[in-house]
Design a protein around this ligand. Structure first.
Ligand SMILES: Nc1ncnc2c1ncn2[C@@H]1O[C@H](COP(=O)(O)OP(=O)(O)OP(=O)(O)O)[C@@H](O)[C@H]1O
Length: 459
């Protein structure tokens, strides 16, 4: 940022409605307060501004062109609310001297232009099929207006079939976009990042099916506006499933490094996932519940109960590539230190060893994130990190139906986690392999079914 812009200071007295307010802009903050007591001082960092706009004069006739009001401007901004939510706000300032107004607008706009990570051309995929089938309405209600205020050009692409988003990304030129996002659930986001990684492999000549190759990271930032049933990934990334918060994070170009786990069979890459891969109970629920999509999110309760009663356990063998015996009880938070350190270490695998276990399992899960959501406030792996290069394996042994119920109650509890149950074992792994021995189930991979039972996974 040029130093004359960075060091600029503005000081004026404006009208906000009938109130007279002192407004100062200095060192990247706008501070306003009533000119007379009582004081209601508010500090707004420039990073939280969505846009600065001139107001328009009221036109007397609908056919008239709208005319800029030279004496008034509006600051559109966002403020952190309760429970990790961000809310949209605005404030207008009036001044009889038009020069004062234009000087403020110009200075603030040049500050905003220097915040380079913000998107300008967004490709937004909308899945009309997931969740309550209202993704388009979510975009219209929470996204359209805010993207418009932020001056972001949005190209909306409504998916017509499963895997269309993935195919579109692999096969189309995306050069005119600086960000991609979707309105949907975990499955929709999964199509998006699977497409981006495959696209990157194709462009760099990387054989995606070769497990010994490190899959390239897509360069383009990816956003998600929750519009699915569980919205686990959006919840874990944003701390809420509030669509406005998601839209604001996209507008501000907020980013964090999210690990992706690649799943292979003996020959091919099957899928990449970001939340959880689960065999046994959750695999059965995902498979069974898909035929009851018309029930909406309640299909999980219905199928969940049926599959709980009928579960007889699945015999399998699991090999885990791990460097530590236990799990560090550290929750992944905003600007997480553990994820930062791992990023710098570049996920080296020094000190990792293979360890093999076999037995009869109620469920085997590889959680890449905590998988917290409104139905499971702590998630299946509360100490899993978004970007530390490991996946948390949660192995639930086959015991009694009563213990299975205890597990499900723990999963839906906000106070206790599943890790300390005596029939649950957890590991932090960089890779793992699973082989089904008896009683075959399926894998639930970010909510999608994988029928191959014998798999190898790598973060
Ligand atoms: N037009 C479409 N018709 C049918 N399926 C679609 C369409 N567009 C996308 N899909 C598929 O819909 C499936 C469900 O979408 P999604 O996962 O977003 O919703 P959900 O399962 O309700 O939510 P969650 O995964 O958060 O529980 C995904 O597998 C996606 O690939």
């Amino acid at each position: 940022m040029p130093s004359d812009i960075r060091n600029s200071v503005l000081l004026s007295t404006f009208y906000n409605g009938k109130k007279k307010m002192k407004v100062i802009f200095h060192k990247g903050n706008i501070v306003w307060d009533n000119e007379k007591p009582p004081s209601e001082q508010y500090t707004l960092p420039v990073e939280n501004i969505i846009s600065i706009q001139h107001n328009y004069l009221r036109s007397t006739h609908p056919s008239e062109n709208r005319q800029v009001d030279p004496n008034c401007f509006t600051i559109h901004y966002s403020e952190r609310g309760k429970y990790a939510k961000w809310v949209y706000k605005n404030i207008s300032f009036k001044h009889p001297d038009a020069l004062q107004i234009s000087s403020w607008v110009k200075t603030l706009q040049s500050h905003l232009q220097n915040l380079r990570k913000r998107p300008k051309h967004l490709l937004l995929f909308v899945n009309p099929f997931g969740g309550k089938r209202n993704a388009m309405q979510i975009y219209e209600k929470y996204g359209k207006h805010l993207f418009n205020i932020a001056g972001i050009e949005v190209t909306v692409n409504v998916s017509q079939r499963k895997d269309q988003i993935k195919d579109y990304i692999v096969n189309h030129n995306l050069d005119m976009f600086d960000s991609v996002a979707c309105v949907g659930g975990d499955g929709t986001l999964s199509e998006l990042f699977n497409g981006l990684v495959l696209r990157e492999c194709r462009m760099r000549g990387v054989d995606a099916d070769d497990i010994n190759q490190n899959l390239p990271k897509p360069k383009i930032p990816v956003g998600i506006i929750p519009g699915g049933s569980t919205d686990t990934i959006a919840y874990c990334i944003h701390g809420t499933t509030d669509p406005t918060t998601a839209v604001l994070h996209i507008i501000f170009g907020d980013s964090l490094g999210l690990d992706l786990v690649s799943v292979y069979d003996e020959h091919n890459l099957l899928h990449l996932y970001a939340s959880v891969l689960s065999y046994g109970y959750l695999g059965d629920v995902a498979y069974h519940s898909d035929q009851y999509r018309w029930m909406g999110p309640r299909r999980y309760d219905y199928s969940g109960f049926k599959k709980l009663v009928r579960n007889k356990g699945y015999q399998g063998e699991i090999a885990i590539y791990t460097e530590s015996a236990g799990i560090e009880e550290l929750i992944c938070t905003e600007n997480c230190e553990k994820c930062e350190i791992s990023k710098k270490r570049n996920c080296d695998k020094l000190g990792c060893k293979w360890q093999t276990l076999s037995g009869k399992f109620f469920m085997v899960s590889g959680a890449n994130i905590s998988c917290a959501c409104s139905r499971s406030p702590k998630g299946i792996a509360p100490y899993s990190h978004l970007g530390d290069g490991t996946v948390h394996l949660v192995l639930v042994k086959h015991t009694s139906i009563l213990n299975n119920l205890r597990l499900l109650l723990r999963l839906s509890s906000a106070d206790s986690s599943v890790e300390d149950l005596p029939f649950v074992e957890t590991f932090s792994a960089r890779e793992f392999c699973f082989r089904a021995i008896e009683g075959h189930s399926r894998w639930n991979c970010d909510g999608e079914i994988q029928h191959q039972t014998n798999i190898r996974c790598k973060v």
